[in-house]
Design a binder for this molecule. Structure first.
Ligand SMILES: [Zn+2]
Length: 247
């Protein structure tokens, strides 16, 4: 007997296949995506009281991954990437941007390495925790954040400073008043640094159409965490996470 039922079609598989082919075609015609990577904590050994396991990379792993990325991409700053995504739509060169969220102190130790490698980095900080006293609720026992004094000491040609909210809370559930206050207050503290740039990385990447509108009103560029590549600028800068070894 023959089986007359056709094999089951998985539409997702076909969509993925077509997307992959379109991307390959786009690359062929000189439209390379700009990849924006985000990581969180880097240190020689993991300390569970300092950060979550999923947010951490060992210094050795981190350097290895960065070296691998550097062989593949030319690293540029976030504002440079933003400009290219708006104006230079036919890019045959592969560009990447490195960003770091949360502003944990451990990150300070890898800045000299990035400077030696000439790799720009944007640090997205929560302004409230710069006081060295305030702690992020519901995280770990004693995450230690970059303090105001340490921020002032960051004088590096590769570092730019962006916003991650006044506190590390869900900004997509805020009222307009709360949201605007969070941005204005964090800007007030962070823009004292000469390398400040008006970009806002949503904590956990959570946003909605209203928060996008409010950022536009404030002249701040949204930075997302959606795992996507950037082909041109639409509603924000898309990012991929590099904490996990599978990136
Ligand atoms: Zn965060």
């Amino acid at each position: 007997m023959f089986d007359i039922n056709p094999p089951a079609v998985n539409p997702n598989r076909y969509i993925k296949k077509i997307t992959k082919r379109l991307k390959r075609l786009a690359n062929h015609f000189g439209v390379c995506p700009i990849e924006v990577f985000v990581f969180h904590a880097v240190s020689d050994s993991f300390d569970p009281s300092q950060c979550l396991r999923g947010d951490w990379s060992s210094t050795a792993d981190f350097k290895e991954r960065i070296a691998a990325l550097k062989r593949r991409y030319t690293f540029i700053t976030l504002p440079e990437a933003h400009h290219k995504l708006k104006t230079d739509l036919f890019r045959s060169k592969r560009y990447a941007v490195l960003t770091c969220d949360d502003g944990m102190r451990t990150v300070l130790s890898i800045l000299p390495y990035l400077e030696t490698e000439n790799i720009p980095i944007t640090l997205f900080l929560n302004a409230k925790y710069l006081d060295g006293v305030s702690k992020r609720d519901h995280y770990t026992e004693k995450p230690e954040y970059i303090t105001q004094g340490e921020l002032e000491q960051i004088v590096s040609p590769v570092v730019t400073i962006g916003m991650h909210g006044f506190e590390h809370v869900d900004h997509s559930t805020m009222t307009r008043q709360q949201f605007v206050t969070s941005i204005v207050e964090s800007k007030k503290l962070l823009e004292k640094h000469p390398a400040f740039i008006p970009y806002f990385a949503y904590p956990w990447g959570r946003f909605n159409p209203s928060t996008q509108q409010w950022l536009k009103m404030l002249g701040v560029t949204p930075v997302l965490s959606d795992g996507r590549s950037n082909y041109r600028y639409i509603n924000g800068i898309d990012r991929k996470c590099v904490d996990s070894p599978s990136f």
